[in-house]
Ligand binder design. Structure first.
Ligand code: NAD
Length: 393
């Protein structure tokens, strides 16, 4: 059988779209042939810049008329599961940004539609497609640190580059702080990001699933400057979750995520996202999104491997730096390119994606358990989150 040429229609041309486009443009068997964006002028600018013939402002029309077999969804979160469902019912393969859904029920409905229609569905969970994280997983699988037992994730400030792709960011991103559109209720930032933290928690702890979470809540210091990156509208959170702890179904293992950045008035010299994986006979420190200042032997490293009785090793992933953050970990764009290439390869080779719709739903369920834990001030088991439970009602 002749492998399919992957012909893509992209919907939503905001921050994430350029990295996705690079993924399709750099694969020899894919082509973006249509784009869809509510803002017509924006759609036309994007199409002209990238040599794309077909532009739409209506998603349904693109699904019906464009010559595509694949859809790339990078719209605001409330549209992810509904647009996935529509694409699957139109017989298209799908790459959809995280968070995959706002509640478990709508996520599973979209997964079921993809299954029913024989469509490949990859959720764009960049943290499991980042080169540094892929290397960490490889080292773990190779037995370099023995059995992993504990994951410690930290989040210092993500610093935007001075010349971050400014023109690429739409003027109105208020959906990000809207409880219902973001899906996060009082915790829009946590809803948008914690899916990454839980995906990482399971990717770097193979064979264990997160089973219970506990959120430590806080409020921001009065009068402090409460800004995230310059392009983010999260300026004045009244409630906050600076620490999340979790247990796994394997009771020997635990994890924690902690934030110390300007957003909640704390300083951390180590920037961006980084994770320490503690194993029985060693440990790995690895940088993630926007990560910086992991030093060993007088040099900046991207991953440091420490083992009992063996020499410590440093690894770097020189992929041209990041397009958005002050970091030489290439999250934007390499992480996104890797995940887009993965979808294309799954379509062409008819293989099962390694991060599926169901995985995306599970990360959302863990995130909803976190928000419920903050609301109820108690640990919450993942199974307590019913299909219809939302953070915004
Ligand atoms: N994996 C990552 O690292 C990463 C990074 C950025 C964003 N994201 C995710 O991607 C999604 C989009 O985020 P963003 O920051 O790019 O958003 P954005 O606000 O920058 O862009 C969204 C775009 O979608 C368009 N849009 C809205 N409704 C539409 C519709 N019905 N039809 C067509 N276009 C429509 C808007 O006009 C806007 O241009 C979010 O869910 C976010 O969580 C993920």
């Amino acid at each position: 059988m002749k492998p399919e040429l992957v012909k893509v229609g992209m919907v939503g041309l905001g921050l994430a779209a350029t990295s996705h486009f690079k993924g399709y443009a750099s694969h020899p068997h894919a082509e973006v042939v249509a784009v869809c964006e509510l803002d017509k002028a924006r759609a036309e600018r994007f199409a002209a810049a990238h040599g794309i013939a077909d532009t739409y402002t209506c998603y349904e029309e693109m699904l019906e008329t464009a010559e595509i077999n694949t859809v790339d969804i990078a719209t605001p979160t409330f549209l992810h599961a509904p647009m996935t469902l529509q694409a699957a019912d139109a017989g298209k393969h799908i790459h959809c940004e995280k968070p995959f859904c706002r509640y478990v029920g709508e996520g599973f409905e979209a997964c079921e539609a993809a299954r029913r229609n024989g469509c490949k569905l990859v959720v764009g969970e960049t943290y499991v497609f980042l080169s540094s994280h892929i290397k960490a997983r490889e080292l773990i699988e190779f037995g370099e640190i023995g059995r992993p037992l504990q994951i410690r994730q930290r989040h210092g400030a993500w610093l935007a580059r001075k010349r971050a792709s400014a023109g690429a960011i739409p003027p109105d991103r208020s959906w990000r702080v809207d409880g219902e559109k973001s899906g996060g209720g009082d915790y829009p930032w946590i809803f948008d990001h914690a899916v990454h933290f839980f995906a990482t928690a399971e990717y770097l702890m193979p064979n264990a699933k997160v089973s219970e979470v506990y959120a430590v809540t806080g409020t921001c210091g009065a009068g402090s400057t409460k800004r995230g990156a310059a392009h983010d509208p999260y300026t004045t959170p009244e409630v906050d979750i600076p620490i999340i702890t979790w247990k796994y179904d394997d009771t020997d293992c635990q994890g924690v995520w902690m934030r110390a950045e300007r957003l909640n008035g704390k300083y951390d010299y180590m920037r961006g996202f980084s994770t320490t994986i503690i194993g029985e006979s060693g440990m790995i420190e690895v940088l993630g999104e926007g990560g910086d200042n992991l030093l060993w032997d007088g040099q900046q490293q991207h991953l440091v491997l420490r083992r009992e009785g063996k020499e410590t090793c440093g690894f770097r992933f020189d992929e041209g730096g990041d397009d958005v953050w002050q970091s030489d970990i290439c999250y934007y764009s390499r992480g996104h390119i890797n995940q887009v290439h993965h979808l294309i390869d799954c379509i062409r080779q008819n293989t099962q994606p390694r991060y599926t719709g169901e995985d995306g739903v599970h990360a959302v369920q863990c995130t909803l358990a976190t928000i419920r834990s903050a609301r109820d001030a108690r640990p919450v088991r993942i199974g307590e989150i019913e299909p219809e439970y939302t953070a915004y009602q």
